[in-house]
Write a protein that binds this ligand. Structure first.
Ligand SMILES: Cc1cc2nc3c(=O)[nH]c(=O)nc-3n(C[C@H](O)[C@H](O)[C@H](O)COP(=O)(O)OP(=O)(O)OC[C@H]3O[C@@H](n4cnc5c(N)ncnc54)[C@H](O)[C@@H]3O)c2cc1C
Length: 357
């Protein structure tokens, strides 16, 4: 089987990886270098933020991925020597207004979550200021370093002889009758019986049915350089979070801005992220901000991605619209899409992700 994947972010690369491992001939085309858009910009938290607020379709993908990411990262490290730094840091949620609802969701979803009171909050993360009266603690939540995951994946794709075509924008999909036949790029046509559209925030520009459904949502992040060991948990408060990396970087994210395809960073966002970070971890006030960047999330309604074959165009598959959760749901999304492509029993019920005309 041959397959052409449009978009070499995490979603496209994971699809390509799974298909190549099954022996398919895979071609992956990107307008830029692989893995430099949203998937690179993201935080790598392997859980939706406030997970109880999400549709069960997001939870189902997140749960499957959470069960498989540790092994997947280890296999990538063994094969490529690049460590995605999967780490079970846990997630501490400081704004606990919804704790009754959250704890009920956790019980129902079989997720470990407990409510910590006063001293227990500080014991869990000593770098916090002391004024937090309670928090929700999710010890099972892991993170990984997404730029390294992407680097490892690219290496592994090359080992599997995936045909990677970078710096080649796809201009349009080619459809004859009710079948996809390939894509037209800036430098010529690429023919294929099966095309997977995984172009993230840009997916709507290539496919009218997605134009109203996928929109770019900018997210800005900053990173402090701190002494390693200052912080060990991912901490979330008021929609913002801090993520400790092994080498002493602490990432702070993220804004949610509807500004079209604008990827510029702003002084206001930097200031806002700094203030939120200092509120959570006072010691950060003495540390310097080393990086500031932005990415465009593929925003979709309720954050539920579109995964599956187009009902009218045979051979055209989509895997896009992961919004704020494309890293945590990505592994499962790729597995589900590939299950459909290869005619296997799907890992989760596919209907909630169907793309309807
Ligand atoms: C600041 C920020 C923080 C985030 N934090 C997290 C987190 O902690 N956990 C989590 O799970 N998720 C997080 N996310 C969300 C996650 O990063 C995204 O949902 C995910 O990366 C989307 O992956 P993708 O492959 O669909 O998109 P992308 O990574 O954007 O990839 C799309 C690719 O398609 C290519 N492309 C586009 N148009 C064309 C074309 N015409 N021709 C060829 N190629 C094309 C692009 O160049 C790009 O490489 C965050 C996102 C941001 C921005």
């Amino acid at each position: 089987m041959d397959c052409l994947i449009v978009g070499g972010g995490l979603i496209g690369m994971l699809c390509a990886h799974g298909l190549a491992r099954e022996g398919a001939m895979v071609r992956l085309v990107d307008k830029g270098p692989l893995g430099r858009e949203a998937s690179w910009a993201g935080g790598g938290i392997l859980s939706p933020l406030y997970p109880w607020r999400y549709d069960s379709a997001v939870t189902a993908l997140a749960c499957w991925s959470q069960q498989h990411y540790a092994d997947f990262s280890r296999q990538l490290l063994d094969k490529t020597g690049v460590d995605p730094e999967w780490e079970r840091s846990g997630l501490l949620i400081l704004d606990g207004d919804e704790s009754a609802e959250a704890l009920q969701w956790a019980r129902k979803s079989n997720v470990v979550m407990e409510k910590l009171i006063a001293d227990a909050v500080l014991t869990c993360e000593p770098a916090l200021g002391s004024r937090w009266l309670s928090a929700l603690w999710m010890p099972g939540v892991a993170q990984l370093r997404n730029p390294r995951l992407l680097r490892a994946l690219k290496q592994s794709l090359l080992q599997h002889e995936v045909d990677i075509i970078e710096h080649t924008p796809v201009k349009r999909l080619m459809v004859t009758g009710n079948r996809v036949t390939g894509v037209e790029t800036a430098t010529g046509r690429l023919m294929a019986d099966r095309v997977v559209l995984a172009a993230g925030a840009w997916s709507g520009t290539l496919f009218p049915a997605l134009q109203q459904r996928i929109e770019p949502v900018q997210g800005q992040m900053i990173a402090f350089r701190v002494p390693p060991g200052l912080l060990s948990r991912v901490v979330l408060n008021n929609g913002n979070y801090v993520i400790p990396r092994r080498d002493g970087l602490v990432l702070v994210g993220s804004t949610v801005e509807y500004r079209g395809f604008d990827k510029e960073t702003t002084a206001e966002a930097r200031e806002q992220l700094q203030v939120e970070a200092w509120r959570m971890i006072p010691a950060l006030a003495a540390c310097s901000v080393e990086y500031h960047w932005a990415g465009l999330r593929p925003g979709s309604s309720a954050g539920v991605p579109y995964i599956g074959e187009h009902p009218q165009i045979r051979g055209l598959f989509v895997n896009t619209g992961h919004f704020r959760n494309g890293v945590v749901t990505g592994l499962a999304s790729a597995q589900l899409l590939n299950d459909m492509l290869l005619g296997r029993k799907p890992i989760v019920i596919p209907e909630p992700y169907a793309i309807l005309e």
